[in-house]
Design a protein around this ligand. Sequence first.
Ligand code: FAD
Length: 545
Amino acid sequence: MVAARASDTAPKPAQLVDVAVVGAGFAGLYLLHRLRKAGFSTVALEEAGDVGGTWYWNRYPGARCDIQTIDYSYTFDPELDTAWTWSEKYATQPEILRYLGFVADRYDLRRDIRFRTKVTEARWDEAAERWQLTTDNGAPVSCRHYIMATGCLSAPKPPEIDGVKDFKGEVYFTGRWPHEGVNLAGKRVAVIGTGSSAIQSIPLIAEQAAHLTVFQRTPNFALPAGNGPAPEDRKTFFETDRAAYREQARQSMAGVPYPQQTVVSWQLSDAERRERFERAWAAGDLVHILTQLWADQAVDVDGNKIVQDLIREKIRAAVRDPETAAALTPHDHPFGAKRPCLDTNYYATYNRPNVTLVNLRQEPIKAITASGISTNSRNVDVDVIVFATGFDAMTGAIRAVHPITGRGAKSLTDVWAHGPQTYLGLTVEGFPNFFMITGPGSPSVLSNMAVSIEQHVDWVVDRLAALRDAGFTTIEPTEMAQAGWNRHMADCSMLTLHRLANTWYTGANVPGKVQGLMPYTGGVGPYRSICDEVTSRGMLGFKLT
Ligand code: FAD
């Protein structure tokens, strides 16, 4: 045996940078670009083998965005905006991944990204006023500022079912789909889950598989995507005045350029409401149907119920077997309180002879066995199990870095023991120079995230540059500002119907997770104004040293 030399075992010297970014998805890439332009030395640490984030990991059949791609794009550089043209209204995962690769090349971002490198711990060193990051690959990092661009939907939720290890067939997770693809032809396939990834992939899996059995716990509202070229009216507005189009999105409620709807449901006749609904249904646009039907749909139970009933009619019309149609119809949450899905042929897929729906509300899964899945009333033998069981949303990837310790070695896990507490969804009291992009307490998953990410990144980098130029070395929110923001979050959430649904927005999908609505419901435009006001009032709510 050769004895280890002292140099092999000695701790690696830290990589010293002004700002460390974790993640190289939409947010991490834009951060790198902005930080460099602002004159900061920087590195991004990324667990994946390349850029893309969400669009690197989620390669399941049918993976697409569900915000129109014309809107789900960077807007910071008008030349970039014109250099790329999307082929479809809703681009596929490969096309979005190509786009993010194109952006990384265009701004030469990869040279500052350490791929296949996971950040495992982060500690604030009070004396040095620096964060010390531990990684699972290569040198640790010492940085003045630590920014988590780790994604809201990047920590897949492990299955909660016994026996997965006993299963002798193939097992896949939609959020970690193999890069080389999966051949499902002629196989008996089970899909567990009926959230967005399942709803996108089920029609394509059904086309390949000998038989597909879908195990559903909670049905979701799904709307037809009507994919194809970008709609003419949208394209015309965009091409006529791109700057105005982008600005309207930034000031909107959801990050998509729609005006605030002011007409309420009871001002419209039945015929007028139906006409609006049919137009929205045919438009194939999630944000349109969520925000443009009538103003009370997201805030009033009665206004919302009208939309729910109209969608239920559509489900009944699309699914031939009444029992299957009934099982697919949601009754346990207001429309929009849980993220609705966009689909292509989802409901019609249940009319295929090779597709079976198992309603877990009636026959819960008992266990996964060597040959398949057994419920209370049957055994379903399968060759492949696909878990489409979602994510530990918003806080999962942040808390996976453990510990994150701030002043006085306080751990973020302890500080968030009763749920995430933040100021603006961006910062946490007691954790100086620590930022989250689209963190809990920001509009994040209730918005077109491309718009929210750009707003966050611009705000953070502008503040860091101003801080440096003014000679400050630390920034952190006050306890009072954080408490005020959490109060404001709660007040806003009481005005919406989100409180009436148990969803991944509230942490209800993860056993043991503290429940509470995590995204800010006040809207993208109002949120932007608040952040701008914080700046214009001398960094209101922050301590600078
Ligand atoms: P991500 O893209 O999630 O990137 C985060 C990166 O951080 C990942 O690559 C991850 O590997 C890395 N990371 C995390 N923790 C660590 C660590 N400890 N160390 C090192 N690296 C780490 N949003 C929309 O607005 N519109 C849509 O249509 C839409 N469609 C979606 C479809 C799917 C299937 C999914 C899953 C999400 C979708 N989203 C959509 C949300 C989407 O996540 C965001 O739009 C956006 O891609 C988030 O970018 P991000 O950079 O913040 O995070």
